[in-house]
Design a protein around this ligand. Structure first.
Ligand SMILES: Nc1ncnc2c1ncn2[C@@H]1O[C@H](COP(=O)(O)OP(=O)(O)O)[C@@H](O)[C@H]1O
Ligand SMILES: [Mg+2]
Length: 272
């Protein structure tokens, strides 16, 4: 067998085009796996607050069903049905959001209203924010549209929001802004917290893959260090920019800039 001979050789394998292609394939596969890993880590962070929320929804459904059975007058029953319907719809919104987030959709872009994408993500994190005494300010200053892969943009937003929440251990304020820049060529989304801030010697490293300052907690949930690396990669693939401003002890703000789309492109892409 030649294989054993080759393995003792000190010579590196020659960089033939076949080998390079094989390595590139491996790299692409690894990147896909890492993307999935980062997603699953986010799902892990949200699992407990979402489970609690489902418990609350079930309690609502059970109590109003009991009330409707006990009080047979029309007004009480209508009220009970309304409450049960609203609770069911909320549960459906959360599961739909979670499933669509966990799915790995192929590259496909469409014109999207950015405030709507933000709202879709907030359904998943609202309870987590409440639990950690973080109040939410939505500042949708302009109706901005951009040509994006919604699944990827959701992933970016979730990472930025969870990073922000994790930086506000004592609670604080999370402000999410959607706007259009002054000369009208960029859509802007920013996620700002009043948390710990990032020391200036760490700032240059935060976008590096595997750079994390989060140690595993008792639920084994540390950081992957992949979130911001993917954020940057995804935003640059969308021909956008991501920037960070931070002050230790005051907080951090991440700003995304995406080429602005027009609402009428949105209408035609939905129709066509
Ligand atoms: N809003 C923020 N406030 C303070 N530090 C942050 C914030 N966002 C990111 N960081 C820092 O950047 C690091 C990398 O973030 P990220 O790539 O999302 O990985 P992870 O969240 O898995 O640690 C974090 O570990 C943290 O040190
Ligand atoms: Mg992160």
């Amino acid at each position: 067998m030649y294989a054993s001979n080759q393995s003792v050789s000190d010579e590196p394998a020659p960089n033939t085009p076949e080998r390079i292609a094989a390595l590139e394939n491996q790299l692409a596969e690894m990147q896909k796996l890492m993307l999935q890993l980062e997603k699953m880590s986010t799902v892990g962070v949200l699992a407990s607050s979402i489970t609690h929320e489902f418990n609350n929804i079930l309690t609502t459904v059970i109590n109003y069903a009991k009330m409707g059975l006990r009080h047979r007058d029309e007004a009480t029953r209508d009220k009970a049905f309304d409450k049960i319907l609203a609770a069911g719809q909320r549960a459906a919104k959360i599961t739909t959001g979670m499933l669509s987030y966990a799915r790995n959709r192929p590259e496909s872009r469409e014109m999207h209203r950015l405030s709507q994408l933000v709202e879709d993500v907030l359904v998943l994190v609202e309870k987590d924010l409440q639990k950690h005494r973080v109040s939410l300010v939505k500042n949708f200053a302009a109706d901005a549209y951009a040509d994006v892969n919604p699944n990827q943009l959701q992933q970016i937003l979730l990472n930025l929001i969870i990073n922000a929440r994790q930086a506000m251990e004592q609670g604080g304020t999370l402000t999410i802004t959607v706007d259009i820049d002054r000369d009208g060529s960029w859509a802007i989304v920013s996620v700002k917290d009043t948390g710990s801030g990032i020391p200036s010697d760490q700032l240059p490293k935060i976008f590096d893959a595997f750079y994390t300052t989060k140690k595993a907690d008792e639920q084994g949930q540390g950081g992957t260090g992949l979130g911001l690396a993917f954020c940057r990669q995804i935003i640059e693939a969308h021909r956008g920019r991501i920037r960070v401003d931070s002050r230790v002890g005051e907080g951090t703000s991440f700003t995304l800039k995406l080429p602005l789309g027009k609402a009428n492109d949105f209408i035609s892409s939905k129709a066509g």
